[in-house]
Design a protein. Structure first.
Length: 256
């Protein structure tokens, strides 16, 4: 991650291409600036691992551009709706995000408007990059991270909220330095679909190439048994079936 480190006040024209990405539409830009003021954002820093022109941002998704900002004197992340997003506003995402927060999942949502979401800044790395340190992470930290992540997914399942994009969690989980995983991006979440969080996350972590291979040194599991337990869990998302699933990969009881 690099970049800049300079703060820009909201009126700084250097922010224009970031706040109205990609078209530069003036009306969109005015709306975003108005919304940023309304939620108390004071400034934006050129910082992160992605860029828009010469400006660094934390992330570029299909719906939003995420940058580091300040509000009330603290660092926050803000997600600004893209001009070409396939939805008219961020309000449904805000609702899903708040629902996730109510069961202790996701960065804390601090503010919401039609075009901007403000949330805690997560200083973390995608799972695979977090695992990929020279001598590997400490075993206890990895096991704790996976345990916590599955618990978060089970809490989402119980709350009836399906994240929708956890089967490829490359970009949707950030792991903080101490090993705390944070699930992000509730834009595809739904409270009216079959919940697949635990199943999708287990598949991503244990049954897919890169992460699965990296985890072999920390966990032992039998693919066949795991698939059977997953099937049982799909048929009945009970605490008992969830604990059974954990047991198959050698994790102790959950800490819900
Ligand atoms: N709260 C946050 N703290 C730090 N980085 C974030 C945060 N939220 C999102 N990001 C970064 O921004 C990227 C895009 O955000 P995301 O919510 O996935 O947007 P989209 O819905 O457009 O896909 C993420 O992959 C991540 O790297
Ligand atoms: Mg995304």
């Amino acid at each position: 991650m690099d970049g800049g480190g300079e703060w820009h006040g909201l009126d700084d024209p250097k922010l224009d291409p970031v706040l109205a990405y990609p078209s530069g539409d003036r009306r969109h830009l005015e709306g975003v600036r108005r919304d940023l003021r309304r939620v108390g954002v004071e400034g934006i820093m050129s910082f992160g691992g992605n860029s828009i022109g010469s400006f660094w941002v934390l992330g570029k998704g299909w719906v939003g551009i995420v940058c580091l900002g300040s509000a009330g004197g603290r660092r926050i992340a803000l997600k600004v709706r893209r001009t070409d997003a396939d939805r008219p506003n961020m309000l449904n995402e805000a609702k899903m995000h708040a629902h996730a927060n109510s069961v202790g999942v996701g960065p804390r949502l601090l503010g919401q408007t039609e075009s901007v979401l403000v949330m805690d800044y997560v200083n973390g790395l995608p799972i695979i990059r977090w695992l990929d340190v020279p001598n590997g992470q400490e075993a206890g930290a990895v096991r704790g991270m996976v345990s916590d992540l599955l618990d978060q997914c089970f809490r989402l399942d119980r709350a009836g909220l399906d994240h929708g994009e956890l089967s490829n969690s490359k970009k949707h989980v950030l792991v903080k330095q101490g090993g705390r995983p944070v699930i992000i991006d509730f834009e595809s979440a739904s409270a009216s679909r079959t919940v697949r969080n635990v199943v999708a996350m287990t598949g991503y972590i244990f049954c897919k190439g890169t992460v699965g291979n990296a985890l072999r040194r920390y966990f032992e599991w039998d693919e066949f048994r795991l698939r059977r337990r997953l099937k049982e869990y799909k048929e009945g998302r009970s605490a008992e079936n969830y604990e059974g699933l954990r047991e198959t990969v050698g994790l102790g009881r959950s800490r819900l």
